[in-house]
Design a binder for this molecule. Structure first.
Ligand code: COA
Length: 158
């Protein structure tokens, strides 16, 4: 399905909250939490909007100084494997490359689709938090995408 990437606005709250419940039934963000995020200038929420205004997916990035955290990303089950998450994450990493030094995230160790998505976009596993998630209890893998140029050893020695 065709879609466009747009910033989330207040009118999208009910659709986003419903999609969040569908994608994370055990521990969804509430509509109130999305509203708070919308009002927070340090948070960016992007939507993939399909025909007729349907919200196909969304992604949430929060920034503290020059570091970003990918707080949430989800795509409607009927619209998965069609490049929607690719488009959302691509837009956020483009933003990060211009404005941030790094992006970080946590992901359930068993969430193979998400880990593959993040690896495709250049994230690397940098650590593990034991029993980070509940229902079911599971470790989180910490992943980072660094944008800063790292000087090579010769330059660093000069
Ligand atoms: N198996 C393996 N890799 C997968 C995958 C799957 N089922 N789904 C996505 N990927 C990876 C692939 O690398 C894919 O690239 P490719 O098509 O070139 O192989 C890449 O992700 C992009 O795929 P895309 O079609 O854009 O992903 P999507 O729109 O289906 O969304 C998720 C991917 C993870 C966001 C989606 O499965 C989802 O909403 N899951 C539930 C919510 C969730 O777990 N969010 C992450 C929380 S950390």
């Amino acid at each position: 399905m065709n879609h466009q990437i747009i910033p989330m606005r207040e009118i999208h709250l009910p659709q986003v909250a419903a999609l969040e419940k569908l994608c994370f039934p055990a521990d969804p963000w509430s509509e109130a939490l999305f509203r708070e995020a919308l009002d927070n200038p340090a948070v960016a929420i992007l939507l993939a909007q399909g025909e007729g205004g349907a919200v196909l997916g969304y992604a949430v990035l929060s920034a503290v100084l020059d570091e970003g955290n990918l707080d949430d990303i989800a795509v409607h089950p009927e619209h998965r494997r069609q490049g929607v998450a690719d488009a959302l994450l691509g837009a956020l990493t483009d933003f990060g490359r211009e404005h941030l030094s790094a992006l970080m995230l946590e992901v359930r160790a068993s969430n193979a689709p998400a880990v593959a998505l993040y690896e495709k976009h250049g994230f690397a596993a940098v650590g593990r938090r034991k029993n980070y998630y509940d229902a079911p209890r599971e470790d989180a893998i910490l992943m980072t995408l660094t944008f800063e140029e790292i000087p090579n050893e010769t330059e660093a020695a000069e």
